[in-house]
Design a protein around this ligand. Structure first.
Ligand SMILES: Nc1nc(=O)c2c([nH]1)NC[C@@H]1CN(c3ccc(C(=O)N[C@@H](CCC(=O)O)C(=O)O)cc3)C=[N+]21
Length: 300
């Protein structure tokens, strides 16, 4: 069996088009223009590319984009002051502080300074708690994107065995919450899990979010399973020439596609969904801020 390749890039383009329609409708009906502020501290090249992509896509869907680039040595107090300003700015409906932050800054402190209603990353402890208790939260973009791909591919997830490999606050834990809410039987596995291959082989839905290149092998996959690969790892690719790199996921793609029913590629899978969901969350936040019905298609 060769797996269907889940085209995250195409799905994300469709989602962005829907976001664009909702933005146009908000403008026409309510004179409301959703705005996203992105804060980048330092000059990490990968982060710069990523922030530029976000800003471009934000403008493409008709939203306002506010970019704040701060020096790598910015003191924590200065970053907190900026966050406070953005919290009060009525044109800003979503705030994203790009991670990782430099060492002088306490990341948890900054994330928790963001108004939970503007926390389009869904990283605030209030949003984590709302999600965990089944209340209206801002849902982290990567798990939200994975969930949308799963719903599109499978439909009703009730009763399915889901295994999430990875227990981060940003992906693993919120992913598990979404799957639980969809009535899956959820196992959160990690580096200390006993017989990790055996646990993964139980999964109808296998989500790999560990950050280790190609760790999940083909023989860890149950035949016919849906495999969602969250990993984006840059590894050396000498076969492409000296000093060249390529992107691989946390799943050994060529092996897994022989066994799985469907699988997301890297690149072109979960990554583009993350950005599309950031835009979707910004529309959701703007609607909630103004007491306007939020579009169902843009949420979990
Ligand atoms: N506050 C915060 N929120 C984030 O959501 C956040 C962050 N900080 N810091 C960095 C990570 C990384 N991240 C990516 C999103 C999309 C792609 C993406 O679209 N990747 C393309 C490939 C891009 C390429 O070719 O390099 C793909 O997978 O097809 C990658 C990485 C969001 N992050």
């Amino acid at each position: 069996m060769t797996a269907e390749i889940i085209d995250g890039k195409a799905f994300a383009a469709g989602l962005r088009a829907q976001v664009g329609e909702e933005v146009a409708a908000l403008k026409a009906r309510h004179g409301l223009k959703p705005g996203l502020a992105v804060v980048l501290v330092g000059e990490d090249p990968a982060s710069q590319v990523y922030v530029r992509n976000k800003a471009r896509q934000t403008v493409e869907v008709g939203m306002a984009s506010f970019e704040h680039r701060l020096d790598v040595a910015t003191p924590q107090a200065e970053l907190l002051a900026l966050v406070e300003r953005l919290n009060r700015d009525p044109e800003v409906h979503g705030i994203l502080v790009q991670l990782p932050l430099p060492d002088q800054i306490d990341t948890a402190k900054v994330l928790d300074a963001i108004d939970p209603a503007k926390d389009v990353d869904g990283f605030h402890v209030i949003n984590a708690g709302l999600l965990a208790t089944g209340q209206k939260a801002m849902v982290p973009c990567t798990p939200l994107g994975c969930y949308m791909l799963l719903k599109e591919r499978i439909g009703d997830l009730s009763g399915l065995e889901a295994v999430v490999v990875g227990r981060s606050n940003i992906v693993g834990k919120p992913m598990a919450q979404l799957l639980l809410q969809a009535n899956c039987t959820v196992t959160v596995a990690h580096s200390r899990t006993r017989d990790l291959p055996g646990v993964c082989r139980r999964a109808d839905i296998l989500v790999a979010a560990v950050g280790r290149p190609e760790m999940v092998r083909g023989d860890w996959v149950k035949p016919g399973a849906t495999v969602i690969d969250v990993g984006i790892n840059r590894i050396p690719a000498p076969e492409r020439g000296e000093g060249k790199h390529r992107l691989v996921g946390d799943v050994a793609f060529e092996e897994a596609r022989e066994v799985a029913g469907a699988i997301t590629p890297v690149p072109g899978g979960v990554g583009p969904m993350t950005i599309a969901c950031l835009l979707a969350n910004t529309v959701t936040a703007a609607c909630r801020a103004h007491g306007v019905d939020e579009p169902k298609a843009l949420a979990a």
